[in-house]
Every structure is written in C-alpha cells, then in structure tokens.
Design a protein around this ligand. Sequence first.
Ligand code: GDP
Ligand code: MN
Length: 387
Amino acid sequence: MKELLLLLNDGVFIGFILLTALHSAITVGYFIHVSRVSRKPWNLKVSNDYEPCVSIIIPAYKEAKVIGRKIENIANLYYPKHRLQVIIVGDPETIDAARKHAQMLNGIKVLLLEEKERLGKANALNYALKFTEGEIIATSDADAIWSPDALKNAVKYFSDPIVAAVTGHEIISNASKNIHTYSEQSYRKTYYIMRLGESKIWSTMIFQGELALYRRSYLKYFESRPGYSDDTGTVIRLIKEGYRCIYIPEAKFADAAPPNLKDKIKLKSRRGQHLVNALTEALKHKIKGMFPLPAYIALANFYMHVLAPIIQLTIPILLVVSLIRSTALVTSILLIAILTISMLDKNIRSLAELYISSSLALTLALIRSMAGTRSVIWEKIESMREI
Ligand code: GDP
Ligand code: MN
C-alpha cells in the first residue's frame, strides 16, 4: 500500500500510466472502429464473370531453387489459360531453371527476361511491365504460393472502374514451426481486420507484392525510388489519383515467416523502412489536401508504424525506472511473478514476442529512414525458402 502511494507520487510512473493509456486508446480505438466497418458490404459493383487478360510478373533473383514450384503454382490457377501471360524476370541462372519447367505453362503466353545486372525488384518489375499485354498486371514473389482460386477471386473486383489495385490474404505456411512464426500468424488476424476496414471505407495503403493486382491503364509504372516499395509505394500514388486500392480476404496466398528473431527483425525493418517513407509521404499529401483517404486513417497508420514503436519501447523502460526510484520491492516481485506465470500461456508468449520484435524492427526502420539509408537491392532471407 505504502509502495503504491509512493509510485503514484512519482512523475515517471505517472508518465508510464499516461503514455500507456494514450497508446492503448489510439490503437484499440482505431481497431474497434475499423473492425466494425470491416463487416459492412462493399460499396462496389462487382461482376463475377469479369475475366480480363492478366499478365503475371514474377521478379526472381537467385531463386533457381523455388522457381519450379512457383511455375507449377501458376499452372494450377483456375483461370482461362489463353487469358494469361506470365513474365519471369531475373538473373540468367534463375531464368535457365525457369526454362526447364516452362512446359508446365502450356497454353499460357510465357516470357522469360534475363537481367544482365541486378536491377532491384522494382526496376525489374518496370522492365517487365514494358512487355505486358494484359489489362490487369499481377505481381508475385518466387517464394509465394497462390491458392488456385486467388486470381479469379481478386480479378472480379476490377469490374468496378474505381478499383485500381487489389491485394490478398497471406497464410503463414510455417505457423506451427515456433513462437516467431506463430506470433506472425496471430498478428496477421488483427492486421487483416484493419486492412479490410480501411478498404471498405475507401482504400488500404498497405499492399503485399506477393499477391498484388493493378489495372494496367492506371498503373503506368511501379514505384522504384530507393527507400520506397513497389507495392505500398505504388498504391499511395494510385490512391492520391482518386482510385481505390483494396485488400480482399478471399485471394489467399501462402508464404513462410522468418523462423528466427534475427531474420524476422531483418525482414520487418527492411519492409518497415519502406512503410515509414510511404506513410510519411501519404501524410504529407493529406496535409496538402491531396489525398482522398480520411485523415484519421492516414494519421493512425502513421502513428502505428512510425511513432508507436518508440512509445512501445519507452513504456516498459518508464515502468522499470519508476519501480527502482520508488524502491517498490513487493510490487516488483509481484509483477515479475505475474509475468513469469503468464508466459506459460502460448498466446501471451506470442504477444510478448510480437511486442518486442515489431517494436525493435520498426524503431530500427525509423532510424534507417531518418539516416537516409536507401537501397533498391537486398539479400534474400534463406530461412524463408526452406521447402
Ligand atoms: P521479402 O519477401 O520482402 O523478403 O522479399 P524477397 O527477397 O522475397 O523478394 C521478393 C521477390 O523479388 C522475390 O521473388 C525475389 O527473388 C525478387 N527480387 C528481389 N530482388 C530482385 C532483383 O534485383 N531482381 C529481380 N528480378 N528480382 C528480385
Ligand atoms: Mn519473400
């Protein structure tokens, strides 16, 4: 009791309480709002039998090991073969491997493009874009596997001319492997409720290149400035131009999550850096009155991906400092006991892993972004390609 009074008199502890309350109010409040909207119907005219020609571009750098599996995956799509074009763009070794599997794509127009020198993913996409013939351009990664009905389900949304881009739903193929992959799967549930709510309101700014479709006549080019991503970077431009860019749950794809903390932080901080830059740009557009997405969506996303990670790291530090300053021994022991016992529960453990890994990765992303480190090429994560 005496300890509690001491704590309540401590400025650092008050800071801890206020920051926690503010952070929870913003994140939980936003989540509750968008999850309500996510259950509303689409305000779109969607025709089930809309079947335009689609060009699928697969950028693949040093992917000889997985490219055969990806080609087989495309061959199995429920979509008329004569309305498909597949373009694989990559280094000569990957293209050679692709050529060996190309007979699986019988009936589909196939183009294999060799990159003489490494261009980076976005530049490779833009190079391939010049050769596309479809009305719809799809992108996928060599290591991502689409569900057979994913393309068919995604394409139909383009029957409404306001739609410029559609992205899909990732299933973590190795979710049961360990806590790092399991926590990624848990996180995806919340993540997709937010993406669906935002899409129903107007658009989501966060896209996934593993399954992304664009209307050719609106697309023009993929964002390729260093520090921006081909998916989210491109979509922000399309939203600015007045079109809708949406996530739909019924276009599923499978991808592995990094199975260790090091690779997870590597992946999330690289993707996070792209997000930090893109979401900052979106907010700037909004401030200038040039962005049709509601201000609270732009602000909430900026908060969650740019500011919240630092706040999430600050919160436990404030708690520990205030406990030490107030020499609250009994409270500290009690807290440690509660924390230890709750760690026995797998879901709480996974929540803790997520809190730590995403706060660290996104803080790192922010530091990199502010330092101006920008690169168009990166090292692939081998642990995500174990078949
Ligand atoms: P991550 O999922 O964010 O880790 O990104 P990946 O490393 O899986 O890259 C996504 C896709 O882009 C993969 O199919 C890569 O092979 C491909 N990719 C990455 N860099 C390049 C590049 O420089 N050239 C080409 N052609 N493809 C690339
Ligand atoms: Mn990948």
